[in-house]
Ligand binder design. Structure first.
Ligand code: PEP
Ligand code: MN
Length: 340
């Protein structure tokens, strides 16, 4: 439920109203806007007396929200959530590009790729240290050593780093990580989400392989209900009957998430398609439909990659894709990689 306050509402009136609502067992979320202030109510509002609310001097109107997602709901927070990472801002209408290898494999591989993506204009560096592989016999990542190499690459390039966590028990190792990624396979690992709700770091929440948009929003809700409001959605393709692509990129999820939620939206065309030649058109589609960020896999030598070799761009190809992305941003009047 949302209470829209009158412009004339005083601090005292609002505080009194909030106290009454809290006494009724509800959590309140006061959002003070330049034009309008609102109070979002979280909890069982079914017994709230609407007439009683309207009788309050400071209340303009009351709206019930039917959707089960509250904190991530745009109705609760009409303005976009902006997430600052290093010198980048995600969600302010500009475009960020997170690029790097699927897995961190060695110092040489990571540094060569990191330098290349930086020079092509990437604003953040990705690389998996803990890898969720379908087979237990496949490369599982360098783990702690992978995180150490990412930190070293961050130091050299200045690029913020994005990497996946698989278990809450590893959280202490992620101190220097700028954005913690929750992979598609862990989107509904609720215990992990709850722990990530207690920290003060942005979370890149990837959509599960068969997850609906509402389930994705509810997973964000798990993180936000713990107090961490910095969640970035990531559309990375969903499993459908199609077999020619690795997954099917759900383009409609991009504007729909932007409409339903105030949180930023990232798109990962690499895992969505699994096909190098589709990365450019899918990236452009994501930019046109309102994505705040792209996450693209790039490897200095994809043929030798220890994971996802077939979908990782070579640096020269990445540079060409980036040129197209920048041109599209210019066409749309969208800032590319704006630094603060
Ligand atoms: C990844 O980004 O490295 C990854 C494993 O992606 P996803 O969880 O989307 O499959
Ligand atoms: Mn990958």
């Amino acid at each position: 439920m949302i209470i829209i306050l009158k412009n004339s509402a005083t601090k005292d009136e609002i505080a009194k109203l909030e106290d009454g609502l809290k006494a009724a067992g509800l959590n309140t979320n006061l959002i003070v806007g330049a034009q309008q202030s609102i109070i979002g109510l979280i909890g069982d509002t079914s017994r709230i007396d609407l007439d009683g609310l309207y009788a309050q001097e400071c209340v303009e109107s009351v709206t019930r929200i039917q959707e089960p997602f509250k904190k991530s709901n745009r109705k609760m927070h009409p303005a976009n959530t902006l997430i600052t990472v290093g010198n980048c801002v995600i969600g302010d209408g500009s475009l960020n590009v997170i690029a790097g290898p699927c897995s961190v494999e060695s110092e040489e591989q990571l540094f060569e790729t990191a330098r290349a993506v930086k020079s092509a204009g990437a604003t953040m560096l990705r690389g998996g240290a803990f890898k969720p592989r379908t087979s237990p016999y496949a490369f599982q990542g360098l783990e702690k050593e992978g995180l150490r190499l990412l930190s070293a690459a961050k130091k050299e390039t200045g690029l913020p780093i994005v990497t996946e966590i698989m278990a809450a028990a590893d959280l202490d190792l992620f101190e220097d990580v700028d954005i913690i990624q929750v992979g598609a396979r862990n989107m509904q690992n609720f215990d992990l989400l709850k722990v990530l709700g207690t920290i003060n770091k942005p979370i890149l929440l990837k959509r599960g392989l068969s997850a609906t948009i509402e389930e994705l929003l509810m997973s964000a809700e798990y993180i936000m209900s713990g107090g961490n409001n910095e969640v970035i959605f990531c559309e990375r393709g969903i499993r459908t009957f199609e077999t020619m692509t690795r997954n099917t990129m759900d383009v409609s999820a991009i504007p729909l998430l932007k409409q339903k939620s105030h949180l930023p939206v990232c798109v990962d065309p690499s895992h969505a398609a699994g096909i190098i030649s589709l990365i450019e058109p899918l990236s452009l589609a994501a930019v046109v439909t309102g994505a705040d960020a792209l996450e693209i896999e790039v490897h200095c030598n994809p043929k030798k990659a220890l994971s996802d070799g077939g979908q990782q761009l070579r640096p020269d190809n990445f540079e060409k894709v980036m040129e197209k992305i920048k041109t599209m941003c210019g066409f749309l009047n969208k800032d590319f990689g704006r630094q603060i």
